[in-house]
Design a protein around this ligand. Structure first.
Ligand code: NAD
Length: 259
């Protein structure tokens, strides 16, 4: 379905971004990888995805706190024909009460989780309009729709992503470019494993007990969303069936937001 198209996925060296990159590559999309990690492991991943799916891949190390690097990342996709699908996925988390929240962590979360989406969209949208097709998929969170205590910066950033998604969707409504947000509940990635480990240490729980307690608090299905499920939702949003899905904040969260 995406043969000949190019998908840029920020933060695709692990977790959700990697799951989405794999799913888009399986549809024939060339992939621009981005994110941190060990150089040899990233190179092996890049080659593995290219070889498995017969697509072209490249890696760009842009830091999502740096607007000039984000612009360079979008430009780097020109080597594969330019960005057709932009997935703004890179993100970080930090948990603390607002009156103890380190200012430097607030700034980093807003920069990486929200402002980077603006810079990438601004850089990629003209090319999509010129080509007459495009998909912008912002990985927000169920925390773009509801809040949890001790996550002020993350919740503010993700609500911001949902707002940005709606504004861009309206500005592109009469074009063949769509913009939507995906709002996952708990997905078992490095970002969440740290929260499970912290919970196990703080409450003297086993790893399994901490996992169950984390899910039990918020996610009625008591099961994690998988990166494969998120990949398939991204594929659907790229399909012709999704041409009129615009400005959605699509929760995929085991029932979290229904409560
Ligand atoms: P992860 O830690 O596995 O992956 C994060 C990715 O972002 C990595 O590739 C990392 O290298 C990259 N990254 C971090 N800082 C960066 C920077 N400054 N510049 C470039 N890349 C950077 O986490 P994940 O769970 O896969 O999270 C991916 C996205 O999904 C995030 O936006 C997160 O907020 C969102 N999300 C995650 C969950 C969950 O339960 N895991 C739920 C809802 C939303």
């Amino acid at each position: 379905m995406l043969k000949g198209k190019t998908a840029l996925v920020t933060g695709s060296t692990s977790g959700i971004g990697l799951g989405i990159a794999r799913a888009l590559a399986a549809q024939g999309a060339n992939i621009v990888f981005n994110g941190f990690g060990e150089a040899a492991a990233i190179e092996a991943l890049r080659k593995e995805v290219a070889g498995t799916h017969g697509v072209q891949t490249l890696y760009h190390p842009a830091d999502m706190t740096q607007p000039a690097e984000i612009r360079a990342l979008v430009q780097a996709a020109d080597a594969l024909g330019g960005v057709d699908v932009l997935v703004n996925n890179a993100g970080i988390q930090f948990v603390a009460p607002v009156d103890e929240f380190p200012e430097e962590r607030w700034d980093a979360i807003i920069a990486i989780n929200l402002t980077s989406n603006f810079h990438a969209i601004k850089a990629a949208l003209p090319g999509m309009k010129a080509k007459g097709w495009g998909r912008i998929i912002n990985i927000a969170s169920v925390h773009g729709l509801v809040a949890s205590a001790n996550k002020s910066a993350y919740v503010a950033a993700k609500h911001g992503v949902v707002g940005l998604t709606k504004a861009v969707a309206l500005e592109t409504a009469a074009t063949p470019v769509t913009c939507n947000a995906i709002c996952p509940g708990w997905v078992l990635t490095a970002l969440v494993q740290k929260q499970i480990d912290d919970r196990a240490a703080a409450q003297k729980l086993s790893a399994e007990e901490a996992r169950k307690s984390l899910l039990g608090e918020k996610q009625p299905s008591q099961d994690f969303v998988t990166t494969e499920q998120l990949g398939q939702l991204a594929v659907f949003l790229c399909s012709p069936a999704a041409n009129q899905i615009r400005g959605a904040a699509w929760n995929i969260d085991g029932g979290w937001f229904a409560q």
